[in-house]
Design a protein around this ligand. Sequence first.
Ligand SMILES: Cc1cc2nc3c(=O)[nH]c(=O)nc-3n(C[C@H](O)[C@H](O)[C@H](O)COP(=O)(O)O)c2cc1C
Length: 193
Amino acid sequence: METIKIKTPNTTYPINALLLKRWSALSFSEKQIEETDLLCIFEAASWAASSMNEQPWEYHYAYRGTPSFEKMWNCLLEGNKSWSKNASVLILSLARKNLHRNNLPNRHALYDTGAANTNLMLQAAAQDIYGHQMGGFDMDKTKSEFSISDDYEIACFICLGYLDTPEKLEDKFRVREIIPRKRKNLQEFVKKW
Ligand SMILES: Cc1cc2nc3c(=O)[nH]c(=O)nc-3n(C[C@H](O)[C@H](O)[C@H](O)COP(=O)(O)O)c2cc1C
């Protein structure tokens, strides 16, 4: 499947095609992502801008069918479990809290990691790979299961895979999969001084 047409929004002003293409998918096919394709996606993440070029992001990933995937998937909250089990890859996105140069707090760490994650999601879409970022996970469980040190903040989980039909989803998720994406009007968040 290439995409679901209704997910391509009608924007008020014209924007780049890749931004139109990306959306948070729920239905994933069995097809696994080739590791070389996955590395292109991480490469794109690495080209995000970051404060002082600190690059505070770190990624850990596992393929479906491995014990690590199972362990990661078990850290997700129930609402994310049923559909994400079919994803090809689960990724844990971390932000290093302190600066490498002097170990002082980097107040931009999560901001920069979010920017890298946006690059990651857009590069995936460019490769016809869809993803879903997830903040719905058990923080304490994830920290202890993966021995995440206090040097890191967990930004989110991300799943990636190729699209499948909405029909294979449970009712409530199928509905989400086929409704249009919505955004605020620009007037609500863009203010001219
Ligand atoms: C940091 C972050 C956390 C999110 N957490 C979840 C989540 O736990 N479960 C979920 O279904 N979607 C989650 N989403 C996806 C958002 O709901 C989605 O991006 C939003 O509804 C806009 O839809 P779109 O990405 O298709 O444009 C998350 C997105 C982000 C950026």
